[in-house]
Design a protein around this ligand. Structure first.
Ligand code: ADP
Length: 432
């Protein structure tokens, strides 16, 4: 305890220690003056005694310096205080406190996990190794100005971190301050991924629009030039141009629908709708396509209404896309089954499941997780030939998500595919 007190005195601030010594000296000066004034002591003797007391009052300062140099000799870092360690440990992002040489003084658990090579009392430059980071650190130390760098991590997955080095004056155990470097890592991976997706999306969308546009302008040139007087060629080219223009219109429609659904993704539809007539309307509407593709559509719907909280137009788009895909890509199976059944979700909630099952070529397992990505197609040529945009299933997934539902995709190659849209079941409306 006594030792702790002495230590705390040595490590107390300069102003505290100054106050201690000043009080001792003031008290000694006052009592000696009183004794001299009373004639009990000669002034010279009093001065000598004061000098002794002054020396005694200054001893702790010397002791302090000795203690400090002893600590330094032992290699302890002067800013290794529990408070500084606690602040670094409590930072939410990976954080490392370095001394002026770039040696690690403190690092939190997140930093240790991110860069396991970082060790206390070792140079961060050796652990991080990147020339960009080493330069930034050297510059921050030399200029005492903040610097930024990029930290890339590839294991176990690609991660982009922005590294910020900020010079911070940290109070030392001996009363002064030490210029340290606070290095923090900010995870930029989600923003980077969104940025990549945005760039991919723009590139894909413009490519998809440019293809039919190029075909249209090519046919226009031909019709104005070599095929000007060829009635049969004109008929054929106009047919192709019509198909290309329809595809462009469909692509723009899908893009607009997708962005509309995305904008309202956080708002769950709240109108009660019966999905039985919606599914029936879609099947009826696609009857001409089924006939053209020689596919028999089997419908298995309940006699009673099936209520969900939904948006009628959006649900029409969901079932249209699923049935149309089954008729286009699964036509070779000759049969499509559209069914609606009540079931229970994984969380034990009642749900309604609309399943569209075909008996066509099916989809290889490696494609299944990516089918709902925008513009993802198993066979781009086949999709284009069918007038597809590659946005249908992405739109389906977004709409189902907005309805707080799930889209299940199952397929056995060469034995067809089943797309199931699951929606939380709603209570029937109260009879009016
Ligand atoms: P598309 O406009 O190309 O039809 P979708 O997003 O609707 O775009 O579908 C993406 C891809 O998924 C299609 O290009 C096709 O390769 C595949 N696909 C969708 N439905 C089926 C199905 N029933 N059978 C086989 N493949 C399918």
């Amino acid at each position: 305890m006594a030792m702790d007190d002495t230590r705390s005195f040595f490590y107390s601030s300069w102003s505290d220690r100054l106050r201690h010594s000043a009080i001792i000296l003031l008290a000694a000066a006052l009592s000696l003056s009183v004794v001299v004034v009373l004639g009990e002591l000669a002034a010279a003797r009093a001065a000598a005694i004061f000098a002794c007391i002054a020396a005694a009052a200054l001893v702790p300062w010397r002791l302090h310096n000795t203690a400090a140099s002893r600590e330094e000799a032992r290699g302890a870092n002067p800013v290794e205080s529990a408070a500084v360690a606690a602040v670094v440990a409590g930072m939410p992002d990976p954080a490392v406190l370095l001394d002026r040489a770039g040696r690690v003084i403190h690092l939190n658990a997140a930093a240790a996990q991110l860069a396991p090579a970082l060790r206390k009392n070792e140079l961060a430059q050796f652990a991080l190794r990147s020339p960009e980071i080493i330069t930034a650190l050297r510059e921050a130390i030399a200029t005492t100005e903040p610097r930024r760098a990029t930290y890339l991590d590839h294991v176990p997955v690609d991660r982009w971190m922005e590294l910020e080095i900020i010079p911070v004056p940290v109070p030392t155990a001996f009363g002064g301050t030490d210029k340290c470097m606070l290095m923090t890592f900010h995870d930029q991976t989600p923003m980077r991924r969104v940025e990549e997706m945005r760039a991919d999306f723009v590139a894909n969308a413009s490519h998809e629009l440019r293809t039919p546009l190029a075909a249209l302008s090519g046919f226009i040139d031909t019709l104005q030039g070599p095929a000007r007087d060829d009635a049969r060629a004109r008929e054929r080219f106009l047919g192709i141009m019509h198909a290309q223009a329809t595809r462009m219109a469909r692509l723009i429609d899908d893009l607009l629908s997708l962005s509309r659904v995305e904008l309202s993704a956080h708002v769950r539809p709240d109108t009660l709708v019966d999905i039985v007539p919606i599914v029936r309307q879609v099947v009826d509407g696609l009857e001409p396509l089924a006939r053209e593709r020689q596919v028999e559509v089997e419908v298995d719907l309940p006699e009673t209404p099936a209520w969900i909280a939904g948006d009628r137009e959006e649900l029409l788009r969901v079932f249209e896309n699923l049935v149309e895909n089954a008729l286009k890509y699964g036509a070779s199976g000759g049969k499509v089954i559209v069914s609606l059944a009540a079931a229970t979700s994984g969380e034990g909630q009642p749900e309604l499941r609309v399943q569209v099952r075909d008996f066509g070529p099916g989809i290889a397992p490696e494609h299944l997780p990516r089918l709902t990505e925008r513009f993802y197609r198993v066979d781009v040529g086949d999709s284009r030939a069918q007038g597809g945009t590659g946005l249908g299933l992405s739109l389906v997934k977004h709409i189902v998500n907005r309805h707080r539902g799930r889209l299940l995709i199952e397929s056995v190659p060469r034995n067809g595919a089943a797309f199931t849209a699951c929606f939380p079941q709603a209570k029937p409306p109260a009879a009016s």
